[in-house]
Design a protein around this ligand. Structure first.
Ligand SMILES: O=C(O)C1=C[C@@H](OP(=O)(O)O)[C@@H](O)[C@H](O)C1
Ligand SMILES: C=C(OP(=O)(O)O)C(=O)O
Length: 682
């Protein structure tokens, strides 16, 4: 399943968040999942083309886009978050397709209904499947609503659950004389699905849908009605029980449509603001009080807990009000997704927070009542659960915990909010390990970047791993692999010296003038981006590897004033979630308090051989003996220089990788890293 994930989501098996102590700045929300998938499907069904702007790019929308493409819709990318969809005008262009819909309820349910209706009227065979959890999420109430209309639907796995097989032959008809009856107490998506599918059969007659029993998650049906209206379908609603699609209804493209930011995704930042925006409000852009999404009402719950929220057109500003937060008792049926965020806010409250009427949590990405109870207890909270409720009392003593996320994006995003525990008085503040952080790909692939873009941590709390060692010991490769495995930043301090050397060469400065070189170092306009080094915005990664640059770097790095000039710059790389710093004096001088220090060595013969291979593979001829002599001379110079000589820190762990593969070295360091972590692995 992970292979289907949006590549912008984290890939590592866990992400350790250090204790966070504030939030500030502005965050821009990704598009709403619920709006994106509805708009895509409606654009696919209607006549004409629809340009969709600010579309969410995530696993859930990708499966919808792929499904529409498989059904023969032309989809043109207009930009990073815009597409143009050529609709099918209600006529099947493809008679057979197998659609993989991941774990997207907003794709599975509406597509099932639309394709069941179209296959019955026009003929066709369609198979709809998803990930294993999707096959445990009920769809029986929708199947039971469609079968009496004459739709042929098989559930080859378990009755009432996906996968589904939908089939029909051309010239079929739907039995629509009696109202279509659907239950609404398990998921509102079944009603939504019928409301989007049945306009396809309402050209000549009105279609009536009646809800049996209670309808849950009602605001999502409002999103549906709102968007149907944008596409030319004016549904008449009588309470929440009866919906009439008027005779003569036909989908009409609005031409262009803009997707609001996701109000459920906003909840994590509203919570972060309520907990940690103490100096100035956190600004959240993309959604405002006039949103058509029901989860905007999360604001009221957050206010009840103490948040100060200002709203405007398409923006929110959130600041801490009451502190600790006030515990609340809330019927959260209207905000099933965002209410999970309230459970985590409960960790910061002045008593017991109780959420009820949330039975649907049990049939979503995971059994969310049970998952939330299990995981929040790991922090030390007292949590009780019932069939349709959850109550949370904050920890009296916080524990560092490794949180299982159950392939549920919201569990991962919620867990991250526990990293503010220092503000709740945790002593010491504890880090939070989020297992499988990549599951946020479902609706918010860049969530952790967004959070860490506005969250602050005290530098002392940000973990550092240092990797020092002689030239060609492989510390660069080891460090970048470690950083990737942990989702940490990487400081290649050697590159700073090389970049300074390049700057000296470019400026034609006198390399012997220590003060002049130090002045250049102090103003170095350097940036690291995706494994590339930029100097004044220009990619100089390859030039930094040039021989003359390396030689000069080695020379100027012996100058104390140059080393001093680069200290601040290096310290600045210590940012959440953590840092892997490689060089020659990382553990001894720059980060003497690092939680883990590695001193990497390999025999001179091995290192010379590696460098030789590297050069030969680039088509550069090289002599093994002279390479080895150069290396040994460089070692001697590095070890004997007076300013920060190359030597292991007293508390460094030595790793001789002469006979180790890169993977084995990475594994060894990760094992050492685990040794110094406070997480109890359960
Ligand atoms: O229609 C929608 O877009 C949704 C409806 C809700 O589901 P239920 O109606 O199953 O509660 C919600 O949880 C889901 O994330 C999105
Ligand atoms: C319940 C959710 O998703 P789905 O659309 O798959 O039902 C959710 O996003 O929290």
């Amino acid at each position: 399943m992970e292979s289907h994930r949006a590549e912008t989501a984290p890939r590592q098996p866990f992400l350790d968040l250090p204790p966070l102590n504030g939030v500030a700045g502005t965050v821009r929300l990704p598009g709403s999942k619920s709006i994106s998938n509805r708009v895509l499907l409606l654009a696919g069904l209607c006549a004409g083309t629809t340009a969709v702007h600010d579309l969410l790019d995530s696993d859930d929308t990708r499966v919808m886009l792929d499904a529409l493409a498989a059904l023969g819709c032309d989809i043109e990318r207009l930009g990073p978050s815009s597409v143009r969809v050529q609709g099918l005008d209600g006529r099947l262009r493809v008679q057979e397709a197998r659609l993989f819909l991941g774990n997207a309820g907003t794709a599975m349910r509406p597509l099932a209904a639309a394709l069941a209706v179209l296959a019955t009227l026009q003929g066709g065979r369609f198979e709809l499947a998803g990930v294993a959890r999707m096959h445990e999420r009920p769809i029986g109430d929708l199947v039971d609503a469609l079968r009496p209309l004459g739709c042929n639907i098989a559930c080859p796995g378990n009755e009432g659950y996906p996968p589904l097989r939908l089939s029909g032959s051309a010239g079929g008809a739907l039995a629509l004389d009696a109202p279509v009856r659907v239950r609404g107490d398990v998921s509102s998506q079944f009603l939504t699905a019928l409301l989007m599918a049945l306009p396809l059969a309402a050209a000549e007659r009105a279609v009536v849908i009646e809800v049996e029993g209670e309808l849950i998650s009602r605001p999502y049906v409002e999103i549906t009605l709102n968007l149907l209206a944008r596409f030319g379908i004016d549904v008449r609603r009588e309470g929440w029980q009866r919906f009439t699609i008027p005779a003569g209804s036909a989908y009409r493209s609005p031409g262009a449509i803009h997707v609001e930011g996701d109000a459920s995704s906003a909840s994590y930042f509203i919570a972060a603001g309520a907990i940690a925006a103490t100096a100035a409000p956190l600004r959240i852009e993309g959604v405002g009080a006039d949103s058509i999404q029901g989860d905007i009402h999360f604001i009221e719950a957050a206010r009840a807990m103490g948040a100060e929220v200002l709203t405007g057109p398409n923006w929110l500003e959130v600041q801490r009000g009451a502190w600790p937060l006030r515990a609340i008792d809330l019927d959260a049926n209207h905000i099933p997704d965002a209410a999970m965020t309230l459970a985590v806010m409960g960790l910061y409250a002045d008593g017991r927070t109780r959420l009820h009427n949330i039975a649907s949590w049990r049939v979503k990405e995971t059994d969310r009542i049970s998952a939330m109870a299990t995981e929040l207890r790991k922090f030390g909270a007292m949590v009780d659960e019932g069939e349709d409720w959850l109550s949370i009392e904050p920890p009296s003593h916080w524990h560092a915990a490794a949180i299982h996320t159950y392939d549920d994006h919201r569990m991962a995003m919620c867990a991250s909010l526990a990293a503010f525990n220092g503000l709740a008085g945790a002593t010491p503040p504890v880090p939070v390990r989020v297992l499988d952080p990549g599951c946020v790909a479902k609706t918010f692939p860049t969530y952790f970047d967004a959070l860490l873009g506005v969250a602050t941590a005290s530098q002392q709390q940000v973990p550092v791993i240092t990797v020092d060692g002689p030239t060609a010991s492989g510390k660069g490769t080891l460090s970048s692999e470690l950083a990737a495995a942990l989702g940490y930043h990487h400081l290649d301090s050697g590159a700073l010296y090389r970049a300074t050397a390049l700057a000296v060469l470019e400026a034609g400065a006198d390399a012997g003038n220590e003060a002049a070189v130090a002045a250049l170092a102090a103003r170095l306009p350097i940036r690291f981006e995706l494994q590339r080094v930029l100097l004044e915005g220009i990619d100089v990664s390859d030039r930094l590897r040039e021989e003359r640059v390396g030689l000069l770097a080695s020379q100027i790095s012996a100058l104390p004033a140059v080393r001093a000039a680069l200290v601040e710059l290096q310290l600045g790389f210590r940012r959440a979630p953590g840092l892997v710093a490689d060089g020659r004096d990382m553990g001894t001088v720059i980060f003497p308090g690092a939680a883990l220090k590695v001193f990497l060595t390999a025999s001179a013969a091995q290192r010379a051989e590696r460098r030789h291979k590297q050069l030969i593979s680039k088509g550069i001829s090289a002599n093994l003996d002279s390479l080895r002599a150069d290396l040994e001379a460089r070692d001697a110079r590095d070890m004997q220089r007076s300013a920060a000589p190359l030597r292991p820190a007293q508390d460094a762990r030595l790793l001789d990788n002469s006979a180790l593969s890169i993977e084995a070295s990475v594994e060894q360091v990760l094992a050492w890293w685990e040794d110094v972590q406070p997480f109890a692995t359960r």
